[in-house]
Design a protein around this ligand. Structure first.
Ligand code: SF4
Length: 132
């Protein structure tokens, strides 16, 4: 039994969001969640070093996908770590940003913009999928 383009098993059309039953309560919960997220120490780490902050840790416990998952450790991991990327990006300046939000409203801001030696944006954000 397939799903039609206009519906799914929830009963709502695929293009519609489910209705918010109590918008005021939803906004309160949203505010509380954002506040606790912003106050969490790991959020500060991501805001400073991006998702690449996890590179050294993942490499340390053998969980950094390397050479098509044939190894969990990469001998050059320090050179793709969040700490190293941040240093290079800040030194180069220009369009580079050690972290930014890849979509409006994101409070984590774990993405980045890596620039070349002239400060011109060089590559799409370096994140887990491209680092690991
Ligand atoms: S939306 Fe982008 S910047 Fe925000 S947490 Fe997800 S990957 Fe990171």
């Amino acid at each position: 039994m397939g799903q039609g383009i206009e519906g799914n098993h929830s009963g709502y059309p695929r293009t519609d969001k489910p209705p918010i039953v109590d918008p005021a309560a939803f906004r309160l919960a949203q505010k509380a969640f954002t506040k606790s997220l912003m106050e969490h120490p790991q959020t500060k780490v991501y805001a400073d070093y991006g998702t690449a902050a996890m590179t050294r840790m993942a490499n340390g416990f053998g969980g950094l996908p390397t050479r098509n998952f044939s190894s969990g450790q990469f001998e050059e991991a320090d050179r793709i770590s969040g700490e190293f990327l941040r240093q290079v990006i800040l030194e180069r300046g220009g369009e580079g940003e050690p972290t930014h939000a890849c979509m409006p409203g994101c409070t984590i801001r774990c993405s980045n913009n890596y620039a070349d030696s002239k400060g011109t944006s060089l590559v799409s954000p370096l994140e887990y999928e491209t680092i690991g």
